[in-house]
Design a protein around this ligand. Structure first.
Ligand code: HEM
Length: 222
């Protein structure tokens, strides 16, 4: 269990360094990414889009790291307050990442088909995250953890899209727009499959937290 936590923190940190350095330092005008946007359905205000992209990248990265930290059972047992505050930080990050994604979706590379894909992900990510929150409000620890897994995999969306697009475009020479579209829809499927595999394989055993159990029992009896 611990090794998976360290692995997800390591992947998150490496990816965050990569995303921040490429998007905010190396290519802050997103020249490379924007060069692939052709035949857009709407007029795009590039300076507004760029600001929204920066907010999107920062909030998504915050979600990636705060989400990973909250899977630590040690923190949950020893510092419940930290888990709670970090949980609200995750909720806020996901909300901002979804809002900004909603703004950028109509201008998605590849056109309307990808706008639909991103909007689908937006809705699913929000619904799944709110469900995780509702579960813990009802004191259902394991359901909360499982829905958090389903929510957290969405933090890897951009990574999956980039890797798949790169492989199809550079490896197989498939047209960029088509590679990107395949990547968006394969990622929707991957997010679903990976979450269910993690829930069934990594979190087979219910989380046992004595202090929480005591609290729940006393809440229920009061
Ligand atoms: C930690 C997670 C995420 C990070 C780090 C991230 C980062 C980025 C970055 C760097 C871009 C610019 C394009 C690129 O270089 O790929 C981008 C674009 C975008 N992202 Fe995210 N993102 C994340 C999660 C998500 C999720 C979950 C959604 C959907 C619910 C989403 C929706 C979008 C949209 C709609 C665009 C614009 C795509 C386009 O113009 O073609 N992102 N994101």
């Amino acid at each position: 269990m611990k090794k998976y936590l360290y692995l997800s923190i390591a992947i998150s940190v490496i990816y965050i360094v990569y995303v921040i350095s490429t998007n905010l330092i190396i290519d802050p005008q997103a020249t490379h990414f924007l060069s692939n946007k052709k035949n857009l359905n709407y007029h795009m205000n590039v300076s507004v889009w760029l600001i929204v992209l920066y907010i999107h990248v920062i909030s998504a990265c915050l979600g990636m790291i705060s989400g990973a930290i909250n899977f630590s059972t040690k923190i949950l047992q020893k510092n419940r307050k930290l888990h709670r505050i970090n949980g609200y930080l995750y909720l806020l990050s996901v909300s901002v990442a979804c809002l900004t994604s909603g703004y950028m979706a109509p201008f998605a590379t590849g056109g309307r088909i990808n706008s639909i894909g991103f909007n689908m992900m937006n809705i699913i990510w929000l619904v799944v995250t709110i469900t995780a929150y509702v579960q813990i409000k009802r004191k259902r620890i394991n359901q909360h953890r499982n829905w958090m897994v389903r929510s957290y995999v969405y933090c890897y969306t951009n990574m999956f899209i980039q890797v798949i697009t790169f492989a199809l475009y550079n490896g197989f020479g498939i047209h960029y727009d088509i590679s990107y579209t395949i990547a968006v829809y394969v990622t929707i499927l991957l997010n679903f499959i990976i979450a269910e595999v993690i829930i069934r394989k990594v979190f087979r055993v219910p989380t046992q937290i004595k202090s929480i159990k005591k609290e729940i029992t006393s809440n229920l009896t009061n």
